[in-house]
Design a protein around this ligand. Structure first.
Ligand code: TXA
Ligand code: MG
Length: 324
């Protein structure tokens, strides 16, 4: 079973594991990441192994500072501006790779671009101490809900990894926003912890939307972020035996009959809702309900990313869900 150490006591042990080509679960401001040395093929392979992740899905390389980022990728004035405005923070930039950057090809699944992000807090310090970038997908089994607490990481991956660094509940609660910067344009590949409108305000132009090719649709359209229960969106009423994921002050009809009820934000605050999303889904899933009904959530601001994750959680599964 993985050891859980608080951030204040975990640095040396985390460094030793990474130096040895092993993986470590770490807190970031978005969600917990399962980190390995991005220049070490064994470390990167262990990430895929622990997650049970399809090899073609590329990983984000996390950096400590802009100098490290510029050794890995080619920045144009637009990407430099975005990095300066939003790093450290929940923004991932997909950029052309710098030749000979030492990043193991498993990280990028052989693409000539790379996804880069500079996390806040323990992750940033760890990368600076290691002196090398960390590849880190969200610390959950492939297709499952991203972990926002050390306990959720341990419950899912504890048998497969040695160390979970405990930084408490992650403040943002949603993965980073991913944009691809190319020829002076910025394309939104995945809505996330920074609202698209905030990026548009910063760069002064509209974001392009939609993937260019299959691999550029992060998370893919198939079932993703999937709890054991099935998920029913925009619920106006609650059916017999359902759990209810609520939002705001008005309840869906028949809410009194819900087998479990959690509110993402009673005051209708989308930031609070984002930070509660994954933990609430997991807790409602533990109620054993066959279906989680979800009240409508507005799509503005962080609501875009929240709805994106819920849409994927509700997508048809290749596996049959929990038996009634
Ligand atoms: O907040 C986050 O972004 C978290 C924390 C741990 O940093 N990480 C995270 O990683 O969500 P992951 O691996 O679950 O999602 C990364 C996404 C994948 O869906 C992948 O397809 C996309 O980034 N991606 C990575 N490299 C890419 C590239 N070169 N071009 C397009 N998409 C890329
Ligand atoms: Mg993930």
């Amino acid at each position: 079973m993985a050891e859980i150490l608080p951030v204040g006591e975990a640095m040396e042990r985390a460094l030793a594991l990474l130096e040895g080509g092993d993986v470590v679960a770490i807190p970031t401001e978005t969600v917990y990441g399962l980190a390995g040395d991005a220049t070490n093929g064994v470390g990167v392979a262990r990430i895929f192994e622990a997650k049970g992740r399809p090899r073609f899905n590329p990983l984000i390389a996390h950096v400590a500072d802009l100098a490290m980022a510029e050794r890995i990728a080619i920045f144009d004035p637009m990407s430099k501006r975005l990095a300066e405005m939003f790093w450290p923070g929940p923004l991932t930039l997909v950029l052309p790779q710098q030749a000979g950057n030492g990043i193991h090809p498993l990280v990028t699944a052989g693409l000539d671009t790379i996804a880069l992000r500079m996390p806040r807090g323990f992750g940033g310090e760890l990368i600076a101490r290691l002196g090398r970038p960390l590849a880190a997908p969200s610390a959950n089994s492939s297709g499952k809900i991203s972990a926002t607490t050390a306990q959720a990481v341990a419950a899912d991956l504890g048998a497969k990894i040695q160390l979970v660094v405990d930084g408490g509940a992650t403040p943002v609660g949603l993965e980073s926003t991913i944009v691809k910067v190319e020829g002076g344009t910025v394309r939104l590949l995945r809505p996330g912890g920074i609202a698209a409108a905030d990026i548009e305000a910063a760069v002064g132009t509209k974001l392009l939307r939609g993937a260019i090719s299959g691999i550029e649709a992060p998370g893919m359209l198939a079932s993703h972020y999937a709890p054991g229960a099935s998920v029913r969106l925009n619920a106006q009423s609650v059916a017999e035996g359902e759990a209810l994921l609520a939002f705001g002050g008005d309840r869906a009809d028949g809410w009194q009959a819900a087998v479990a009820l959690l509110n993402l934000s009673a005051s209708g605050d989308l930031r609070e809702a984002a930070s509660n999303l994954f933990a609430h889904l997991q807790e409602l899933d533990r109620s054993g309900a066959a279906t989680i009904a979800v009240e409508p959530i507005p799509v503005d601001g962080l609501g875009e990313a929240i709805n994106d994750r819920l849409f994927r959680a509700a997508a048809p599964r290749d596996k049959v869900g929990r038996a009634p």
